[in-house]
Structure formats: C-alpha cells, structure tokens
Design a protein around this ligand. Sequence first.
Ligand code: LFC
Ligand code: MG
Length: 472
Amino acid sequence: MFKPARHGEVGGVSLQRSQQQKPLRSHDRLNLCAEMSYKIVNLRVRDVRFPTSLEQHGSDAMHTDPDYSAAYVVLDTDSGLKGFGLTFTLGKGTEIVLCAVKALAGLVIGKSLQEIVSNFRGFYRLLTSDGQMRWLGPEKGVIHLATAAVLNAVWDLWARAEGKPLWKLLVDMDPKQIVSCIDFRYITDVLTEEEALDILVKAQEGKKQREDQMLKEGYPAYTTSCAWLGYSDQQLKQLCSDALKSGWTRFKVKVGADLEDDIRRCRLIRKMIGPSSTLMIDANQRWDVAEAISWVSRLAEVKPLWIEEPTSPDDILGHAAISKALAPLGIGVATGEQCHNRVMFKQFLQASALQFIQIDSCRLGSVNENLAVLLMAYKFQVPVCPHAGGVGLCELVQHLILFDYICVSADLRNRMCEYVDHLHEHFTSPVVIQDAHYMPPKDPGYSCEMLEESVNRHEYPEGDIWKQEIQK
Ligand SMILES: C[C@H](O)[C@@H](O)[C@@H](O)[C@H](O)C(=O)O
Ligand SMILES: [Mg+2]
C-alpha cells in the first residue's frame, strides 16, 4: 500500500536539499480560489476505442491496423469541478494502460489541487518514483503512458480552476513557477534549473506581442491525413487536392513498406503540391540504419524536409549516423513520438541525432516533462515540431507549442505542429484550424474532455460501436 510521503520525501526516499521544492511565496501563487482546495475524491478511467483501422486511417509501415484509442481519465473533486485527461494508444493493450492508471490512482485520490500544484515537481516525482511501481518503467512504457493520462487530467483541472485554457495558464505563470514543475533529475548535465530560469526570463521580452500574434494568426500546422499508408493513389489525390484548396502547404507522407510504392506516391504528392510546398516522410521505425540511408537517398528527388522515425526509436546513435549521412542531401531526421522520456531526448540532442524534435503530449510525463524537453531543445537550438493526430493529441499538444513559441523559442522558422483530420468531433472543445494554423483554444482546461455520448458509444467492449463490431 502507498504510504503518503512526509515533507521532503518521495517514495520513501529523502530528497537532497537542492532537489526539494522551495515553498512558493504568496505572490508566486496563482489565483486558485482561496476557499477552494479542490480535493480529488475519485479517479475514473475508461477504455475508449475508435475503429479507425476499418478505413485505414492512421495506417503506417509498422501499424497497419490502428484503432485510435485512449485511456480516458476523469478526476472528481469535492467542489464538483472535474479534470479530464487521456493517453493515446492503438486499440489492443488499452486495458493494460487502464490497469496502470488504476495502480497510480492511490497516489492522487485524497490530494488537493492546491497541495499538488504548490509542489508539482514533488508530485511528478511521487508518481514516477514510487519504490515498487518504478520497476515497471522507470519513466517509460505503459506506466509512463498512465502517468501522462493522470497528470494531463491534473493540468486540465488546474487550468479549469484558474478559468484559463492551459496554454494561457502556462503563459501567465511566473518563470520560477514553471521551473518548479520540472523534475531536473538526470538532465542537469545539459540543463540546470538556473539555466532554465534564465531562458524563460529572457523570453519574457516580446511575450505580449507573440501572444497577440498567435491569437490573430495561430500556430502553423502541417497535415498527415492525406497520405496514410493504406490509402489508394486515388484517395491520396483527392485528399491532397482538397487540402490544397483549404490552404495547406505542408504535407507528410507515410513510407517504408515498398520502395517503388514510395517513389510513386511521393512523386504524385510532390507534383500536386509544387516545388515551394513542404513535404515530409515518415517510416515509423521500419528500417535498419544502412537500409534507412539507402532508401531515403532514393527518395531525395522529392526533396523531403525530414525523414521521421527511420529506425528503432531507441537507437540514438543509429539516428546520429542517419542524420550525418543524409545531411548532404538536405534531409533532416525527426523523431519523438515514441521517445520515452526527457533523458532519451537529452541524448538525442547531445548526439546531434535529430534535427527536428517531436514532443508528444501523452508519451512523456505530461506538461511537466514536456517543459523540460522544450527548454533543452531551445538550448540546443533544435526546432520543436510536435507529434499530434491520433485521438486527442492535436487537442492537447497545441497548448504546449503555443507556450513554446510565446515563452521559450520566440521563433517560427522550420517549425510547425502536426495535424490530422480525425475524431475531433468527439471533444467538447475541438481544435480550431484556420488557414492551416492552430487557433489558440479559448475554453478553460487542456481540451481533453470528450463528449459523454462519444465515450459511452466507443467504450470497449460494451459501447454500441463495439457491440456492433463484435456481432459482425
Ligand atoms: C499509428 C499512428 O497513426 C502513427 O502512424 C502516427 O502517429 C504517425 O507516426 C504520425 O507521425 O502522425
Ligand atoms: Mg510519425
């Protein structure tokens, strides 16, 4: 059974003085309604799946039948306010994530939001460092996906309690409070707390203009939904021509299963979008290192900006070798959607193994760990181009990239956020895309809440959608 940690302790281990969270001074605190502590009294988690594989939406060279799914978390508080969070999965296995979320529930229930956010670094540690459960990770795999779902719900609750969309909650925070949410353990050799603070303080200049700019123009996006691997050439053409009409200028194509098909499909798209539009290719980990280099060299004629996930997501030195070999062709390497944690990102950066860093709102330990990666990326001057799509990933990650632009990078060169046009209708505050840009969300929260009816219909296996599928 989990024993609540005493002050200065995480998972029964006493923290070094320097790692302890300094209590926030009163002026650092946000406006959490003074008389409201928002005590979390219950955590519910549901297995929600969408049968996207039936039409090959989301298919790639390794995931040929993805059913976009979520472990969907709802936190109930004593005040009636709820927090909604999720992590993304591909169908089978979502029930395992549910088990992991349930295993973490005891660390959350009974805590007040005030208690959590006044020592968010400590709370992140509590979830990721439990003396028994960390054996399942640490900070990777199913337990980390579950951590993301739970923490996403906590951040959603916090933003709702403040009456702000999450990006605005972050933008309005004092830089000291931002760094107080980050666990710097294992990354201080490249980024110390002081350096992080320095980056954030320097970026205060021009913040207001950048916020206004985002509210007016939105954040640039690219689309992946024209060219899933399982789509026919006919479908590709139709979707690409529709996207061009709607103002899209940046496109990603799935590759990696068959070289001749890739050449044909990429030529087709390049021809349709013209030389000045941007094309990216994504192999979803299909190749070995040498194979990746030779395959992508054959596709160099279509001038891809990047090759995404050319090989195993764990092979940092392999990515470095591919980056080096493809640099003369003007092709960068992008990865991150399956990068476990900030430590791996640190090494990718140290090894110059990627030229585009793809954070993921549900793979890393929520906002807390993503903040660490955004700051490391800034230090190494590597552009962040978040992974999105799936179910809910666009809704979530738009908040993080808005924060990145307004408060960290202040730069839009070579930067764009992924977009796919699936399943937004199931959310209470779906993303708003205008002229191929993400428009900043206005509703309070982290945009994770799904429509109750959608959850009921898609819950696995009892929902109507799945009952019908099972009967077929
Ligand atoms: C199975 C999924 O659709 C992936 O193919 C998808 O996340 C993809 O890698 C992407 O970059 O969007
Ligand atoms: Mg990808």
